[in-house]
Design a protein around this ligand. Structure first.
Ligand SMILES: C[S@@+](CC[C@H](N)C(=O)[O-])C[C@H]1O[C@@H](n2cnc3c(N)ncnc32)[C@H](O)[C@@H]1O
Ligand SMILES: [Zn+2]
Length: 315
């Protein structure tokens, strides 16, 4: 943590300033210490260089965070693989119409890994906080970017509304949330997730492997299926589809990575089945959130998996 962050953060409980107690320091980085609110005296620890604002360990956020951390610990090498990094770069360029990805070579899923990689950059600060209880003043940000996070909170719409309060006038916000799938796939997702969210990491990893094997078997068929006419009740459109893709989008999430990466496939299935909350939304819902927050949509893109939207606050 750089001491200069103190100009920007406030106590998430009462929005007053912090006093900093430094325990250990390396060059300009506070590695260990405590932030104490000058008014309500709430304390937040700085550990491994990062101020930690998630203090209530019973919060749902913690289990979700654990889910991604568990996966990250096991699979972080995969996330540095060249094809994955390129895929991530294209994600930002295509989904949000970014013209370049600037100095970020990749975005990392865990704050500790991100800190290790970019912590020494003088113009980047890292914090760990609940997106529903942020340590900033209202209208602080010119740009807010939340990729695949809001749908993992307990209420996507209220989390979005809360986030927009931190946006300055004329500021932009970009989000990506999961898209609602075909009705049978939604039904099956609800049925499976009701059980998998209660599993241990190990049990859910085993189930995620089962789904990867199933995805692989279907994928290796290399067979296509032709649906002669639309089946509106099932949300199925007439057309010719790869069997694995057809099952995947319409009936059951059984991801298989086309480059034959088993661990990555298990990780993608695990991401879907383990987090306590993983809501899916429609374009009209998302449009309503932006309308209600008085944000003008500047780009909106929909793919089968999700919806990416950027909006601007009135000046
Ligand atoms: C699918 S990952 C997306 C991470 C990153 N944005 C990316 O695209 O690589 C979902 C992330 O949301 C975080 N998350 C879930 N609920 C949260 C909350 N209430 N506050 C902050 N982060 C949360 C999880 O810890 C996890 O890292
Ligand atoms: Zn306070």
């Amino acid at each position: 943590m750089k001491p200069s962050i103190l100009e920007h953060i406030v106590c998430p409980t009462c929005r007053s300033d912090f006093k900093l107690l430094t325990k250990s320091k390396l060059k300009n980085e506070i590695k260990e210490g405590t932030l104490i609110c000058v008014k309500c005296k709430d304390k937040f620890k700085i550990t491994k260089g990062i101020p930690r604002f998630v203090v209530d360990l019973t919060k749902d956020f913690v289990r979700t965070e654990m889910a991604f951390s568990a996966k990250w610990k096991n699979h972080h090498r995969n996330h540095h693989a060249k094809d994955w990094v390129n895929w991530q770069k294209n994600w930002f360029l295509e989904r949000f119409d970014w013209k370049s990805i600037g100095q970020f070579n990749t975005f990392l899923k865990s704050v500790d890994f991100a800190y290790k990689k970019y912590g020494t950059s003088s113009n980047i600060h890292f914090i760990q906080a609940d997106i529903r209880q942020l340590p900033f003043r209202k209208t602080f940000f010119d740009y807010i970017f939340s990729d695949q996070v809001l749908h993992h909170t307990k209420n996507t719409s209220t989390s979005f509304k809360y986030l927009t309060k931190f946006l300055a006038k004329s500021g932009f916000i970009s989000i990506y949330v999961y898209n609602k799938k075909a009705p049978i796939r939604e039904y099956v997702d609800d049925y499976i997730r009701k059980r998998t969210v209660k599993m241990s990491v190990r049990e859910c990893t085993e189930f995620s492997k089962d789904m990867a094997y199933l995805g692989r078997t279907l994928s290796k068929l290399r067979k296509k299926i032709t649906i002669p006419r639309d089946i509106p009740l099932l949300g199925v459109k007439a057309g010719t589809y790869d069997i694995q893709r057809f099952v995947y989008w319409n009936f059951l999430k059984c991801f298989w990575d086309e480059s034959d990466n088993f661990q990555r496939s298990v990780g993608v299935n695990f991401d879907w089945y383990y987090p306590k909350f993983a809501y899916r939304h429609t374009v009209s819902e998302v449009k309503k959130w932006f309308r209600d927050a008085k944000l003008k949509i500047t780009t909106l893109k929909e793919i089968e998996s999700g919806i990416s939207v950027t909006g601007r606050k009135k000046s």
